[in-house]
Design a binder for this molecule. Sequence first.
Ligand SMILES: Nc1ncnc2c1ncn2[C@@H]1O[C@H](COP(=O)(O)OP(=O)(O)O)[C@@H](O)[C@H]1O
Ligand SMILES: N[C@@H](CCOP(=O)(O)O)C(=O)O
Length: 329
Amino acid sequence: MKQVPPGRSVEVRVPASSANLGPGFDSIGLALGLWDRYVVTTSDSGGLSIEVTGEGAGDVPTDDRHLVHSTMQHTWGVLGVAPPAGLRIQATNGVPHSRGLGSSASAIVAGVVAAQALSAGLGLDDRDEAYAEWPAPGQPMPVDLGLAVHVSSRLEGHPDNASASVLGGLTVSWMPDGSGLDRGEQTVSARIALHRDVEVVVFVPDTQLATRTARAVLPATVPLAAAAADAGRAALLVHALATDPSHLHAATRDWLHQEARRSSYPETMELVDLLRSQGHAAVVSGAGPSVLVLSTHGSVEQVQAGSLAPRWERLVPGVPEHGACIRVR
Ligand SMILES: Nc1ncnc2c1ncn2[C@@H]1O[C@H](COP(=O)(O)OP(=O)(O)O)[C@@H](O)[C@H]1O
Ligand SMILES: N[C@@H](CCOP(=O)(O)O)C(=O)O
């Protein structure tokens, strides 16, 4: 088996994401302009070194349990290459953890694309011909984004966050035969151009909620009427985001997951209810507890938390056109 060579270094930047956007549960995602940055370097001396600054510093493990590291090992297994003898990961994290902003997906995507990039030129596929020589520092390093969507979605367990972090912008993801993530199907994503007027506001609380905990309260089955209503609104949501933002308020109604999780994030729903009563297209961001408002450039200043403001940090992060970026160091 070929081994990832020593002496390679890449810089990887990956954006946050907001999943669901109301009715698009487990399928629709939007990249947000909050970024994690990693420098990943291989060496010929054994051992692992991980340094973390920013979000998660002091909380995430800095040994082989670190999510970026474990994801890289998994990805090298998928690619059929042996890991390098030594690995250094320097993380500067800007994506808040356990706030419904896709931090775990960002970390997983970083691990997948870093592993792909560092294995370039090993003759693993046709694309590799171009990397017979390791590129000069500063060069962008393209990777197979379709593979990145698939591998990161399977590791994350749902494709909405990971797809947006890989591709940027607005994404809709699905499994071609519809039988779910746990049977090995390829995950596919469509990248949809956002209407130029769309702008987003995010309200981030101090409190955290693990996605696993928020998923545990969801029912295994839902009434047909709820599924039908969400399907219609999800279709309208794509139209509203791509073509006609005047429909955003109606398009962000959801009957599948937000009410079922209300007791997990009462303050989140209090803010969602307040903003929606004022006509803003507010939703729970991912599994919460952050709140996302889909607005327009002209209306964004009107999107305020009012009397609830002290509990929330208000951000206008922008929606990046591109997702994960990889450069040679
Ligand atoms: N950049 C990162 N580096 C290492 N671990 C991370 C990173 N981001 C997230 N994680 C792990 O993922 C957990 C949060 O994941 P999750 O509950 O899915 O919330 P989120 O909505 O932020 O994705 C963190 O507690 C941490 O264990
Ligand atoms: N579709 C998922 C999205 C979870 O997003 P996160 O950012 O909270 O991890 C869900 O709603 O469970």
